[in-house]
Ligand binder design. Structure first.
Ligand code: IMP
Length: 208
């Protein structure tokens, strides 16, 4: 009997290590640049430390994560700190988006609190913001930001994406990110806008 040769997958693409264990962020970044970079995240490196996000801005937290991971590995490390800013809530949940409902990373609780806080509110403008930091050798080298403006709806709509996606309609659309799907989200999101600048920067550094 003939068996197919076992091939060992070795990427020839330049490697980019994400300073996150967040599967959703990783999947989005991979979908956007996975054909040009070998995108690995911190789950591939069990020895990487857990970085505490003690900053009070997206940039501070992104810098903490990128520098905290990049001193443990050679090469480019990319962090993403992001969140939702709501005008009627004076910019909340902002930097604290991932624990707004009282439990870190619990999207259902975060959305439930947001719906409650916004229940009587007619001013529904909001934006997603993403700050990315590129680091090498434990030092931040550059930072990039992207935003997408939009408005909040009054009940959860759609199951695509993650986090606050089912509550957020980007300007120019009538559907939430949860309904629009990955392709449209990745063409205009805060993350894609920051990532476009990251790729341009890395290309200038000779990484293609
Ligand atoms: P971080 O891990 O501290 O950057 O927190 C990110 C949090 O912001 C997530 O847990 C979500 O609550 C929210 N968030 C960031 N980006 C998105 C997005 O693309 N869609 C929906 N929610 C997001």
């Amino acid at each position: 009997m003939l068996y197919p040769c076992k091939s060992i997958a070795m990427s020839t693409l330049p490697r980019l290590i994400l300073a996150t264990r967040n599967a959703h962020k990783t999947a989005e970044i991979r979908a956007m640049i996975g054909d040009r970079f070998e995108v690995l995240n911190a789950t591939a490196f069990p020895d990487f430390p857990e970085i505490e996000e003690t900053g009070t801005t997206f940039l501070e937290n992104a810098q903490l994560k990128a520098e905290g991971i990049s001193c443990h590995i050679d090469g480019w490390v990319l962090s993403d700190d992001s969140g939702l800013e709501v005008d009627a809530l004076d910019g909340a949940p902002g930097v604290w988006s991932s624990s707004y409902g009282g439990e870190e990373g619990n999207h259902a609780k975060n959305n439930a609190r947001l719906l409650l806080e916004m229940a009587q509110e007619t001013e529904r403008a909001a934006r997603f913001r993403c700050t990315m930091v590129l680091a090498r050798g434990g030092k931040a080298q550059a930072h990039f930001s992207g935003t997408v403006e939009g408005r909040l709806v009054e009940k959860l709509n759609g199951t695509n994406g993650f986090g606050y996606d089912p509550l957020f309609i980007p300007n120019g659309f009538d559907l939430t990110f949860g309904e629009l799907g990955d392709e449209i989200k990745n063409s205009l999101s805060h993350r894609s806008r920051a990532l476009g600048q990251v790729v341009a920067y890395l290309n200038k550094q000779g990484l293609k």
